[in-house]
Design a protein around this ligand. Structure first.
Ligand SMILES: [Zn+2]
Ligand SMILES: [Zn+2]
Length: 277
C-alpha cells in the first residue's frame, strides 16, 4: 500500500550517492536526508539535486516548511543546494527564521558555502564543536561529534528528543575509536559508507568498519547510505547478508519512521530493490 501521509517523525533519503563519481553520474541522487523530528524539519547535507528531490517527493515535501538545515561539512556533495534551501526556509517570514548548524569553514571562511547575504534572514546559526549541544527547536538537542575527513572540518550528529528514539548520523569520516561510546545511545544509526573495504588515504567508512562499530553498539536499526560504486554494484542484498539483518542499505526516496518501532514506509514510486540504478 503506497504511503499517503508521512508520520509526524521520519526521515526520507533524498539521495544516497557516495563519492564524486556516483554524484556526478547521478546513478544515485545526492540530496541528503530530509528529517522531521520533534518539531525540527529540514535537511542534513543538501547536495546537488536536494531542492529538486524535495519538490518531486510524494507524499509532498516543501522547502518552505524547513526550519533546520545541517551541514556536516562543506564538500560539494553535501552542500551545493544549501543556499536554495535557506531561501525556502525564510521565504514567507518577514522576520529572521530558522536554524543552521554548520562547520566554521562553511559559514565563515573566505571560501564559505553559505552566502553572506542570507545570514541576516536566519534566526539562529550555530557552529559545530565536538561535544557541543545545540537546539533547533525546543525539546530537540543535537550533539556534534568530531570526524576526520580529508582535512576539512566535519562533524556527525546525535539527535535526542524526549519520547522519541535518539538517532545518530555518521558523516564522511575515517572510523574513529570513540564512535562506539559517542553513538552508543542511538536507537538508529545512519552511516555514510562509501567503501566496500578500508582504503589507505581515504577517510571514509567501509563495510568492515560498520560491522565493527555495530558489534560494539546496539542500535535497534542501522542504515548505510552515501555508498560508492563497489557497494552499489553488490547491492543491498549482499550488504544485508554481510551485516546483521537490522542493517538496511538505503535507496533514494526511502522513508523511515523516527517513532518506535522504526519501520520502512514505501512512498509512491519507491523501489526497494534499488532498481533505479
Ligand atoms: Zn566529504
Ligand atoms: Zn561525501
Amino acid at each position: 500500500m503506497p504511503l499517503v501521509r508521512y508520520p509526524v517523525n521520519f526521515i526520507r533519503f533524498l539521495g544516497t550517492a557516495g563519492t564524486r563519481f556516483i554524484m556526478l553520474s547521478q546513478r544515485r541522487s545526492s540530496g541528503g536526508i530530509w528529517f522531521s523530528y520533534g518539531g525540527a524539519r529540514g535537511v542534513i547535507d543538501p547536495g546537488p539535486g536536494s531542492l529538486v528531490r524535495i519538490c518531486e517527493a510524494r507524499p509532498s515535501l516543501s522547502p518552505i516548511d524547513i526550519n533546520t538545515i545541517i551541514l556536516t561539512h562543506r564538500h560539494i556533495d553535501h552542500s551545493s543546494d544549501v543556499n536554495a534551501l535557506v531561501e525556502g526556509m525564510v521565504l514567507k517570514s518577514q522576520t529572521p527564521r530558522g536554524f543552521i548548524l554548520s562547520t566554521r569553514d562553511a559559514l565563515e571562511d573566505e571560501d564559505r558555502v553559505i552566502m553572506r547575504y542570507l545570514l541576516p534572514r536566519i534566526a539562529k546559526t550555530a557552529i559545530h564543536e565536538d561535544g557541543k549541544f545545540t537546539s533547533p527547536v525546543g525539546g530537540v538537542t543535537i550533539e556534534s561529534v568530531i570526524h576526520s575527513h580529508h582535512g576539512v572540518e566535519c562533524y556527525g550528529c546525535v539527535f535526542r528528543a524526549s519520547g522519541l528514539p535518539s538517532w545518530g548520523v555518521i558523516s564522511d569520516t575515517a572510523p574513529l575509536p570513540d564512535f562506539p561510546s559517542r553513538y552508543g545511545t542511538c536507537e538508529l544509526l545512519v552511516i555514510n559508507t562509501a567503501l566496500m573495504f578500508p582504503r589507505a588515504k581515504l577517510d571514509h567508512m567501509s563495510l568492515p568498519d560498520v560491522e565493527s562499530l555495530l558489534a560494539r553498539t546496539a542500535p535497534a536499526a542501522a542504515v548505510i547510505t552515501h555508498m560508492g560504486a563497489d557497494l552499489l554494484d553488490r547491492g543491498g542484498e549482499y550488504i544485508s547478508r554481510r551485516l546483521a539483518a537490522k542493517v538496511i542499505a538505503a535507496t533514494d526516496g526511502m522513508v523511515l519512521t523516527l517513532e518506535n518501532p522504526m519501520t520502512i514506509l514505501k512512498p509512491e514510486g519507491f523501489d526497494d530493490d534499488g532498481a533505479q540504478e
